[in-house]
Ligand binder design. Structure first.
Ligand code: GLU
Length: 305
């Protein structure tokens, strides 16, 4: 497997030249566009990796999967989905239009920014710190990595420049879609986006989802089989921005990407995959990472369809 991953990384490195690192969050622009790495975590606890698999990056939108799980653990599935929908939008992840014009009752799904902000707003706790502890501790548990933390520079950079997310959040507050202190909710959202990890950490989260909610390395159940099923289904329909349909056709694995260049991909009952390559395509997905996943999916016949 290590050999296969190594050759897939080398075959696809050139695609990074065609992409661009995200710069709308200024500190993300410092990423090395040539990085490309992968880690595979199988359900019997084995891990395989290649390329720049030890480079840390901020998980950005991949955190939406984590906050969705935490919100469901706190509130139950029914309550969460009374505030956020389950439908893909076909618009960009930070679109205001889809929120205002198309579906003012609730954001379309928890994988777009508005939906994730609404989901994060549901996490309970007496203070911002307590709520963030919940998210970070859950992330440490599902990665098996107690060192997981946030990248302070990226967090501050987004907090200073995140006016589009501010607009989404205030719009939702004015429509009573979210309650409470908007700046505090945004702070929590910016922090979760700035959680930093490697391909290995992402692969482990994916392996837990692939394993129906049980950590492969300890046998501990962290979410129910039902919640794991719901999260993976939403990843299929909404996880890869407005390229989710194409991704399902060509790769066929429940996945969530982030503008930091990561992809979390969970192959049900087979393996978790973490991919990282900060050069992005026009839709905001890692350009070389998509090619890597496509080749791996073909080689190992990973499509669920
Ligand atoms: N922190 C980013 C934002 O809210 C996350 C976007 C993403 O990864 O898609 O704009």
């Amino acid at each position: 497997m290590n050999q296969l991953l190594k050759s897939i990384i080398e075959n696809n490195r050139r695609y990074a030249l065609e992409g661009k690192v995200a710069s709308y969050i200024p500190s993300l622009a410092k990423a090395n566009a040539e990085h490309l790495g992968i880690c595979v975590a199988t359900l019997d606890g084995k891990e395989f990796s290649a390329g720049d698999c030890d480079v840390k990056f901020t998980i950005q939108s991949i955190s939406k999967v984590i906050s969705l799980m935490v919100a469901i653990l706190d509130n139950g599935t029914k309550n969460v989905f009374s505030k956020v929908g389950m439908e893909p939008t076909g618009d960009s992840f930070n679109s205001i239009m889809s929120l205002e014009v198309k579906n003012p009752q609730k954001p379309f799904n928890p994988m777009i920014n508005a939906g994730a902000i609404a989901t994060t707003a549901l996490i309970s706790g007496d203070s911002l710190e307590e709520k963030f502890e919940k998210i970070i501790n859950f992330t440490r548990k599902i990665t098996g990595n107690d060192e997981i933390n946030i990248n302070e520079e990226v967090y501050l950079s987004e907090r200073v420049t995140g006016d589009r997310n501010r607009a989404l959040a205030y719009f939702m507050k004015s429509n009573k879609l979210i309650e409470g202190d908007v700046e505090e909710i945004l702070d929590l959202y910016f922090r979760q986006c700035a959680i930093e990890g490697t391909c290995r950490d992402i692969a482990r989260i994916a392996a837990m989802l692939a394993n129906d909610g049980i950590l492969p390395w300890s046998g501990e159940r962290v979410i129910s089989r039902e919640v794991s099923r719901i999260v993976k289904t939403i990843m299929v329909t909404c996880g890869m921005y407005d390229a989710s349909g194409e991704f399902a056709v060509h790769i066929g694995i429940p996945a969530k990407s982030g503008v930091g260049g990561g992809i979390l991909a969970a192959v049900p009952r087979r393996m978790g995959i973490g991919v990282f390559g900060p050069a992005l395509d026009a839709k905001g997905n890692t350009i070389a990472g998509i090619q890597v996943l496509q080749e791996l999916s073909k080689e190992l016949d990973l499509s669920i369809f």
